[in-house]
Design a protein around this ligand. Sequence first.
Ligand SMILES: [Zn+2]
Length: 242
Amino acid sequence: MKRIDFIKLNALAGIGFSVMPFEYLQDNPSKALLTGKHNPYLNTSGVIHKAVYQPFVKMREAALKAGLDIQIVSGFRSFDRQLKIWNSKYKQYQKQGLSDKDIIKKIITYSTIPGTSRHHWGTDIDIIDANVEKPNSDLLLEQNYHGNGVYCKLQEWMQTHAHEFGFYLVYTNNYHRSGFKYEPWHYSYKPLSKPYLKSYLKLNHNDLFNNENVLGKNYLDQNCLMSYFQSHLRGINPKLLP
Ligand SMILES: [Zn+2]
């Protein structure tokens, strides 16, 4: 849960963008882009994909009218950033004496294996409402988005309206869904992320960790990755599945 890269939305303001997402859908996204190693399409603040920017601004404007100030706390994340998150969690659990297999199982409850995050694409965002006082706890906790949680109103508004702008909750609270736990803060821009996932699932992942210092990579063999892709990458809101 330490992925709070605070990004003031003000930093996004004033960045003109007029190209429709269509342009990007024509491209066969490169392997480097899909695995977080290179993304030439980020907006100038490096937070989201250029094609996601306008739809996001429109959604934000509509939410403002309802008294909500949508703020992105995590958008694009590079392979290297995900690697740091992964390795630091790995070391933490190693110190607790967990076996490598148990460490991996534990980390992938919430965090992705480097090179496999939807945040690599610039299509996915973790959001809060900047109009309310931040809770003392971590921000991205389920309790903050439900019941008396400060982001409850945001959650309700997003559930009703986000799809009008192309955004969908990825890790829903559907009991039958496999993979990552429920994340009421994580939304994805479907017109782009759906084709990206389709391309991603077709990649050859044999060399994903070549020359990369990914702790536990010996345990992340092809069999392990294939079952993780099935449970975690496909274990999402069915509306986002290719
Ligand atoms: Zn997220």
